[in-house]
Design a protein around this ligand. Sequence first.
Ligand code: RTP
Ligand code: MG
Length: 142
Amino acid sequence: MTTERTLSIIKPNAVAKNAIGAILGRFEAAGLHVVAARMLHLSREQASAFYAIHQGKPFFEELVGFMTSGPVMVQVLEGDDAVAKNRDIMGATNPANAAPGTIRADFADSFTENAAHGSDAPETAEIEIAFFFPEGVCPRTR
Ligand code: RTP
Ligand code: MG
């Protein structure tokens, strides 16, 4: 197993339902460590740039509208196989297909308002971490 970092976002609907602590607790219980965190309200420009890969897709405008609808909590998670582990804990993108006990099964309101984001590969994690933490992330104390 390799120690990795991944970029996680608690999306506006989950922040609005006061679930930041519950969601972070799931990451910690699974052995992932929060090594950086910030709360912010994304601008249209930031949300469009972050999800640039989805520009032109039918759900893009709705996605940007949702992601700018309220504050988000952004964190870097570190641990063994962090990228895949985070996505397992989140569950399927469409909450209708998310396994019971996953974040999306428990906190999503719709396909778009699906409570959490997680990087989809170590390479995209590196890009997404630099997007939100351009100053870098401190090494974890062990
Ligand atoms: P994310 O990037 O947010 O972690 O989600 P993901 O990899 O599981 O899914 P992705 O295909 O990257 O889609 C990004 C986000 O766009 C919204 N979406 N809505 N209504 C729809 O058909 C649809 N498809 C995607 C979701 O918020 C999804 O997480
Ligand atoms: Mg994605």
